[in-house]
Design a protein around this ligand. Structure first.
Ligand SMILES: C[S@@+](CC[C@H](N)C(=O)[O-])C[C@H]1O[C@@H](n2cnc3c(N)ncnc32)[C@H](O)[C@@H]1O
Length: 293
């Protein structure tokens, strides 16, 4: 068993990402989840910050602290003061402690049950260097790279099309994850920008200038940030309605960013998840995961 620690932002999305890529979760705390497995896919999660392997659990802290440990370690406790616990741990083990250059990081979680764990993964990807203003060509409505990455994870797919790809923010994340990505946009200028942005980071994607409502082939998933009506929700509604209808011909999984309140009629798609994401005071995005049937 493992404990996944998520970042505080977008807690519900973080949980859904784990459920989609790894499996069911049990909530231990605001940002800690108990999960049965851990594998390469866990490293793709956008909002999981650390994974801990449970070495022992129970209610007897003294017994847990006496679990075998390795040399050159660091110890921390969560939910209880570290120092008195660390003193007890040092007394129990004649091992080398190293707070900076450690090979093993043990963490004790004092929750309803106490867990003695070893940290096995730290996610250092903040997406910062891939943010829109850092790109060769910038687009004002581009979403944060970590949100794009989470949307891809919510699709559960390893290849997808973004039919409103704009400057390519979602495609960049998909390409970085090693997935096969395709992009289309009605604007030739946007496709050129997407191409430049991908190229600047050393990625390639199949891109085409096309109206999303005429796309014909079938895809494992559609992951996209729909265009937003500049003046009103109603402005985008007609395109959204047409796209939901058309998308039935091209995929069985849709992960959509849209303007909150504009996707009410789902045209027969089943809602798996819906999350509000605050952008600025006049725009809240909604992330929706829809399944066919
Ligand atoms: C919200 S932006 C996408 C932003 C993108 N996620 C990014 O990171 O840059 C929406 C894009 O949809 C495109 N678009 C609008 N109507 C379209 C249509 N009918 N078919 C395809 N693309 C369309 C616009 O040109 C615009 O680039």
């Amino acid at each position: 068993m493992y404990i996944y620690r998520i970042s505080q932002e977008h807690r519900d999305i973080a949980k859904a990402e784990i459920e989609t890529l790894i499996g069911p979760v049990v909530s231990l705390d605001d940002n800690l989840f108990l999960v049965e497995s851990y594998g390469p896919k866990a490293k793709k999660l956008a909002y999981t910050k650390q994974v801990y392997k449970i070495l022992a659990s129970g209610t007897d802290t003294q017994e847990l602290l006496s679990s075998p440990i390795e040399d050159n370690y660091r110890f921390d406790a969560i939910g209880e003061e570290t120092l008195p616990l660390a003193d007890r741990l040092y007394a129990l083990h004649q091992k080398k402690v190293s707070l900076e250059q450690y090979d093993h990081h043990y963490v004790l979680f004092s929750l309803e049950t106490t867990y003695f764990t070893e940290e096995i993964y730290v996610n250092t990807d903040t997406g910062q260097e891939r943010r829109a203003h850092q790109r060769a060509y910038n687009h004002p409505t581009s979403m944060h790279p970590l949100l794009a990455k989470a949307m891809i994870n919510l699709s559960g797919a390893t290849s997808f099309i973004d039919p409103f790809c704009g400057a390519g923010g979602i495609l960049i994340e998909g390409a970085k994850m090693g997935y096969e990505v395709l992009g289309a946009d009605i604007s030739e200028e946007m496709i050129e920008r997407a191409e430049q942005n991908l190229k600047a980071l050393g990625y390639i994607a199949q891109l085409s200038v096309q109206d999303a409502l005429t796309i014909e082939s079938e895809y494992e998933a559609v992951v996209t940030d729909l265009p937003y009506g500049k003046n009103s929700v109603l402005e985008s509604k007609e395109l959204y309605d047409q796209f939901l209808e058309h998308a039935k011909n091209i995929t069985s999984t849709l992960v959509l960013g849209s303007q909150q309140g504009s996707l009410t009629d789902l045209h027969g798609w089943t809602e798996a998840y819906r999350f509000p994401v605050y952008v600025h005071k006049s725009l809240t995005r909604e992330i929706l995961v829809l399944k066919k049937g």
